[in-house]
Design a protein around this ligand. Structure first.
Ligand SMILES: *Cc1c(COP(=O)(O)O)cnc(C)c1O
Length: 471
């Protein structure tokens, strides 16, 4: 082969067998395991095709129709297609809402919003991380260590959930907000199993003169399918990731109001929103360089799929499956935060059992069940969270129904029972506990059962028949 083709058109398996083999191992892991991480999903073959396309080759700094480099005839069409589909997915009218689809992911999208609409050291208020919020909403530790860039560059004071009910304490939130007077109030989170009272957030934001941002990263698929309350009714800005319940490629979006502002006391007549230019300037040139056009193309595909009736059915099933898991676990007398769920996840409080989320996560990992330890409000130590988060979007994409999720909950029950037995026999200290994990027949049996169960379901995104490792 000539040098151009030898370098440029030889398949991965030949060029780099080592990386190819690792990809095949990861495919096997995804196919044979039960994926319960609430922020993950399995995207479609069409989305993966667009992600792996030559769109990745092009520089297109700027906005469609106004780029720094030439050659963007088709890239402009792709980004415009993506933007109009994004507005359609959320039933938004382009005369009063706009969208920027260039953020590389959810965290950069949030930082772009702060950069656009706040000054350094302005005050923000979001849900505390241990209450289910996200790092990018301004997390700092109890002893004041600033963890997120958001808390380094802005002054953040979080609101929290009620320790007794697990629901957001809206009265306390209002009291705090009126004292703190944040410039921006943030709703949305990463491990909150209930829907959000956007109307209440709007009232609080208006009382203290704050902008209202909703970060709907986790639930953007449910919002698109109208299986969750609509943040667009009340919020000024809405950010999201696109790879969670929305089932698209890994990316981010920022929606912003535009056009005339609704009439309000003390506001000059004819006032218009000025978010659009500030947000696009923050995304580029302030924070990012060239947009990732393969992501934007793939997102256009994902948004087209999300507009289909099949996606609506999917989102309904995601919720029904979460309810099924929660009910099954509660029927075994386990503690589920808020006593249930209204979205795609349940938060399982393990503290009444004397277990930590770490240990259960570790044991599940050994049995090919992937979930994550998660803080439960009131945890004494941030290092050993008292719960685990169980999400349904990924396995629902593999076609699982309520009865299948009851089977998954039964596997989880077995996993927790094994964890408890090991702790009883070997002790709570991690190094003693770890001894109990070695050559454990019950763990091996559970792993066998889990993998047999999981591999009986279809896999979106890639061909199981073509996998190098099937069992
Ligand atoms: C996942 C998540 C993000 C960040 O997304 P990345 O794509 O990982 O940067 C932001 N906000 C919330 C609420 C999230 O759950």
């Amino acid at each position: 082969m000539d040098p151009v083709n030898a370098w440029g058109n030889t398949p991965l398996i030949t060029i780099d067998p080592e990386l190819h083999d690792l990809v095949e191992k990861e495919k096997r892991r995804q196919f044979r395991g039960i994926e319960l991480i609430a922020s993950e999903n399995f995207t479609s073959f069409a989305v993966i095709e667009a992600l792996g396309s030559p769109l990745t080759n092009k520089y297109s700094e700027g906005m469609p129709g106004n780029r720094y480099y030439g050659g963007n005839e088709f890239i402009d069409q792709i980004e415009n297609l993506c933007r109009s589909r994004a507005l359609q997915a959320y039933r938004l009218d382009s005369s009063n809402w706009g969208v920027n689809v260039q953020p590389y992911s959810g965290s950069p999208a949030n930082f772009a919003v702060y950069t656009a609409l706040l000054n350094p050291h302005d005050r923000i208020m979001g849900l505390d991380l241990p209450s289910g919020g996200h790092l990018t909403h301004g997390y700092y530790t109890a002893n004041g260590k600033k963890i997120s860039a958001t808390s380094i560059y802005f002054e953040s004071l979080p609101y929290k959930v009620d320790p007794k009910t697990g629901y957001i304490d809206y009265d306390k939130l209002e009291e705090k907000a009126l004292d703190f007077r944040p410039k921006m109030l943030i709703c949305g989170g990463s491990s909150y199993p209930r829907d959000w009272d956007y109307k209440r957030f709007r009232e609080v934001a208006d009382k203290c003169g704050a902008l209202l941002l909703c970060d709907m990263a986790h639930i953007s698929g449910l919002v698109a399918a109208q299986e969750a309350a609509d943040p667009f009714e009340y919020c000024d800005i809405v950010t999201t990731t696109t790879h969670k319940s929305l089932r698209g490629p890994r990316s981010g979006m920022i929606f912003y109001r535009k056009g005339p502002k609704p009439a309000k006391k003390g506001q000059p007549e004819g006032a218009v929103y000025d978010f659009e230019d500030r947000i696009s300037f923050a995304v580029f040139p302030a924070l990012q360089g060239g947009p990732h056009n393969h992501q934007i193309g793939a997102l256009a595909v994902g948004l087209k799929q999300a507009a289909s009736p099949a996606f609506k059915a999917y989102a309904k099933q995601v919720r029904a499956n979460a309810v099924a898991v929660g009910n099954y676990l509660m029927s075994k007398d386990y503690t589920i935060v808020t006593g249930g769920t209204e979205n795609h996840l349940v938060l399982w409080d393990l503290r009444p059992l004397g277990l930590t989320g770490n240990k259960v996560e570790k044991l599940c990992d050994l049995c090919s069940i992937t979930l994550n330890k998660n803080a439960v409000f009131g945890d004494s130590s941030a290092l050993s969270p008292g719960g685990v988060r169980v999400g349904t979007p990924a396995m629902t994409s593999r076609g699982l129904l309520e009865k299948d999720f009851e089977q998954i909950a039964e596997f989880l029950h077995r996993a927790v029972t094994i964890t408890l037995n090991i702790q009883k026999e070997h002790g709570k200290l991690l190094k003693d506990f770890n001894k109990g994990l070695e050559n454990n027949k019950e763990i091996e049996q559970l792993k066998t059962d889990v993998e047999k169960f999981a591999s009986s379901f279809d896999m979106p995104g890639f061909s199981v028949a073509d996998m190098k490792y099937k069992d």
